[in-house]
Design a protein around this ligand. Structure first.
Ligand code: ZN
Ligand code: ZN
Length: 369
């Protein structure tokens, strides 16, 4: 079928809107008519060349829409279903999936997804001249339609606004899941969140929901810290003006119980680890994606106190269990996901959305179709 899509032709250039050809969904794949898609920093990482996905590529990976058609052997969704499309398709059979961590699925490898194909190693997107286009995160939602893995689709309730819950496909679930699923933050324990973009603010709203206190927000911009206060942060630290590790030690009796790095910045990862109070149970979680090859160093003595540092991919969610729960929490007014959406754009305005995201003017921009 023909549809419009935003294409990144070369790294560090504006996206171009073009009519492209999208093939039919194959086995265990689903065609989704997109209603909305978030614009995430990971799209921008790809534009800058921090990821491996080869251009030309159709970006976008926080989509939500309506199932238009299903391929063979699809059993979980059917045409007409309203779905969030996640960034984390999974096989359900590999060790990571069997351990209940499908976001770390070993057979739907990041390598396949980052190499710009679907899980079977082939592509569904073509230009008018027949040249193949890469997929992004097996989704490519900066387009009117997307063919995605069945396991990337999560059916959501009919009254949920797709231009809000689309954020649960990646960024919002990353923050919420890190607090609830991975860290299992206890009421009354202290939390620090490094980076107050979409992921960081989702982390803060979940920390508030589970009763963490105090909640420290760390960022370089006062405007983002003010946002963090609205979402539940009780202590604000501008890391361009003061050392967050010292400040957290002073304000939180030596350190916090849990810290979350939510930007993909190696300096912040170091600070997040050093901000945890050195006692068993202390945990630093890295949610952000650093450029491939980036490294950082930490004070090794802290391991003697059994402080844990761990990655957490897409909030370690079990998509079909957790996303409908987060939707229910949002609809019940307990997770203000709608406040993360600060601007709407059309597909034609995609470059404006990218620019506003990059400049930190908005928390999350959402393209609606
Ligand atoms: Zn993302
Ligand atoms: Zn798997």
């Amino acid at each position: 079928m023909k549809m419009r899509a935003a294409i990144l032709e070369q790294l560090n250039t504006p996206l171009v809107i073009e009519e492209v050809e999208l093939d039919e969904p194959k086995d265990k794949e689903v065609l989704v008519k997109l209603v909305a898609t978030g614009v995430c920093h990971t799209d921008i990482h790809c534009i800058k060349g921090d990821l491996l996905t080869p251009p030309p590529v159709v970006l976008g990976h926080e989509g939500a829409g309506i199932v238009e058609k299903v391929g063979r052997n699809v059993t979980e969704v059917q045409p007409g279903d309203r779905v969030v499309v996640t960034v984390a398709p999974y096989c359900g059979k590999c060790p990571a999936c069997m351990m209940g961590v499908p976001t770390s699925c070993e057979t739907d490898p990041q390598t396949v997804m980052l190499m710009g194909t679907m899980a079977d190693g082939t592509k569904r997107l073509k230009r008018k001249n027949g040249d193949e286009l890469s997929h992004f995160m097996a989704q490519s939602s900066f387009a009117e339609y997307a063919v995605v893995e069945e396991s990337a689709t999560v059916k959501v309730r009919d009254d949920a606004p797709l231009d809000v819950v689309c954020l649960l496909g990646c960024g919002a679930s990353t923050g919420i899941g890190a607090v609830i699923n991975k860290a299992r933050v206890k009421a009354g324990s202290s939390v620090a969140v490094f980076g107050c973009g979409g992921v960081g603010l989702a982390t803060i709203m979940a920390a508030k929901l589970v009763g963490a206190h105090p909640i420290v927000a760390v960022d370089l911009l006062d405007s983002k810290l003010e946002m963090a206060r609205e979402f539940g942060a009780t202590i604000l630290v501008n890391a361009s003006k003061e050392d967050p590790v010292m400040k957290i030690a002073t304000e939180c009796a030596g350190g916090v119980d849990y810290s979350f790095e939510a930007i993909g910045n190696t300096t912040a990862m170091t600070q997040a680890f050093h901000s945890v109070y050195p006692r068993p149970g202390g945990m630093a979680l890295v949610l952000g994606l650093a450029p491939i090859g980036a490294a950082f160093s930490i004070e090794a003595w802290r391991f003697m106190r059994e402080v844990v540092i761990t990655g957490c991919t897409v909030g370690s969610i079990r998509p079909r269990i957790d996303i409908p729960r987060y939707v229910d929490l949002f609809m019940a007014g307990k997770l203000p996901l709608d406040k993360l959406v600060s601007a709407h754009y059309t597909l034609e305005q995609v470059n404006e959305a990218v620019k506003d995201t990059l400049e930190g003017k908005i928390v999350r921009g959402v393209i609606t179709f």
